[in-house]
Ligand binder design. Sequence first.
Ligand code: GDP
Length: 288
Amino acid sequence: MPMTVIQWFPGHMAKAKREVQEKLKLIDVAFELLDARLPMSSRNPMIDDILGQKPRLILLNKADMADEAVTEQWIRYFRGQGRTAIAIDAQSGTGVRQIAFIAKEMVKEKFEKMRAKGIKNPRPVRALIVGIPNVGKSTLINRLAGRHIAKTGDKPGVTKAQQWIKVGKEMELLDTPGILWPKFEDEDVGFKLAVTGAIKDEILNLQDVAAYALRFLSVHYPERLSERYRLDSIPDDIVALFDAIGRRRGCLTAGGGIDYDKVADIVLYDIRTEKLGRLSFETPASWT
Ligand code: GDP
């Protein structure tokens, strides 16, 4: 499926915020979907302001691709901030079954008050998924629905009425997620989103993105680089590292030089398809 292309101009951001806030009126709990490999970089910078006091469950998605120990650190970090966070993999469904259960717990008091007011059978808990493009919102909606729900934006110009998707007997989910923008101002954030494939490759220079990734891996996962590209040592110099990988992989230009575009393609492909193993691009310690 082609990646969602959304141009975020100030007007669009204001509109996105307004649309999410309209949806918030309809729901009891928001699911803030983040990428477990980069929870802060995949987070909307205004999320606290947008969601306000609405109960919120943080879902660290794509946990299957993230470093497990680091994901645990993030869960503790969010819990330390008084939030509830769990790791999930929407693609395979791991962890997804807990969501409705936790959501119900989170709104227990509100529903008890409804019961106290004499409402005997409170309606199902109503929920909304919010997150930046590509964190897995559609995948999670389909997973929770147990079937394929067409993605809004699949057909340009076609807006359909919002509907509730039943998730078991006790939860209902809005079929259209709240789409928010990432934190663009920070260059690191942009690079990390690009490395993981959340930003269209065409808008960035792939060699720059791969160089960013290689610098990060040289510091945090050097053994993975050595192993994957059979390198005895990791050169400090980034061009020397491109050269070394290029030679190993036979990425040569017609003139016999190293084809840096090809090296960049290989490195990014390997990261995105887990050929370099499970990677996390930020830790609570690196963030604060
Ligand atoms: P959306 O733009 O937020 O709706 O994101 P999508 O649901 O379209 O997902 C973006 C990409 O991430 C797709 O290629 C999905 O298959 C993939 N994806 C979503 N969730 C997971 C997950 O938990 N694990 C992995 N490995 N991939 C996922």
